[in-house]
Design a protein around this ligand. Structure first.
Ligand SMILES: O=C(CO)[C@H](O)[C@H](O)COP(=O)(O)O
Ligand SMILES: [Fe+2]
Length: 216
């Protein structure tokens, strides 16, 4: 059964507290929080102030996905805001090894996200420094995009890399996840399913979360 991480990118921001409370009562495991800077991706969202307010409303794991350049600038601040897992983009990190160590040093789990064009093999030399690999199954920046089918192959390759290296990082899929691909992704070896639009645009988000949780 996968870990389900609703992305609040698609939540109703005028009712953010209600959305958080709804997630608390649901079978969602984590909150997935998308931070965008308008430079790494062509969109802006929110940062530490919103995350620290949300932190007061939930004890669930906060999975913070940084779509920002030079993410190493804000590691301590996101820890203070309440992040449990801090994921940086491979493409935005010049000194990835140092950044991953700094995230763990700050007391968080260290994640690396890969854009759809970035091969998973590029993580080989930092594999032991990673707690979570986030495979982007859309080009990052927006919710509600179409799932990129090549992601399945990347999951299978990552599973092989995990077995070969005897490490135990989680494999997370982010973008376009829905009832059509959840079971196939889980069967391929995905551990965490992020879903924004599929959950928050449904008539019954609690049931939709359940459908992902019990897809396998
Ligand atoms: O990181 C993201 C976008 O860059 C979001 O987490 C992702 O797009 C989830 O939204 P959806 O399920 O609507 O695709
Ligand atoms: Fe995300």
């Amino acid at each position: 059964m996968p870990i389900v991480a609703p992305s609040l990118l698609s939540a109703d921001f005028t009712r953010l507290a209600d959305e958080a409370k709804m997630l608390n009562t649901s079978e969602a495991d984590w909150f997935h929080l998308d931070v965008m800077d308008g430079i790494f991706v062509p969109n802006l969202t929110f940062g530490m102030p919103i995350i620290s307010q949300l932190r007061k409303l939930s004890t669930k794991t906060f999975d913070v996905h940084l779509m920002i350049v030079q993410p190493e600038r804000y590691i301590e601040e996101f820890k203070k805001a309440g992040a449990d897992i801090l994921t940086v983009h491979y493409e935005a990190s010049t000194h990835l090894h140092r950044t991953l160590h700094a995230i763990r040093q700050a007391g968080m789990k260290a994640g690396v996200a890969l854009n759809p064009h970035t091969p998973v093999q590029l993580l080989e030399d930092v594999i032991e420094d990673i707690d979570l690999v986030c495979l982007m199954s859309v080009n990052p920046g927006f919710g509600g995009q179409k799932f990129i089918e090549n992601t399945y192959k990347k999951v299978l390759k990552l599973v092989d890399m995990r077995n070969d290296s005897q490490t135990n990082f989680l494999i997370e899929i982010d973008g376009g996840v829905n009832q059509l691909n959840a079971a196939k992704l889980t069967d391929a070896g995905a551990d965490v399913l992020v879903a924004g639009n599929f959950i928050f645009s449904s008539n019954n988000p609690i049931e939709t979360i359940k459908s992902l949780k019990y897809c396998r």
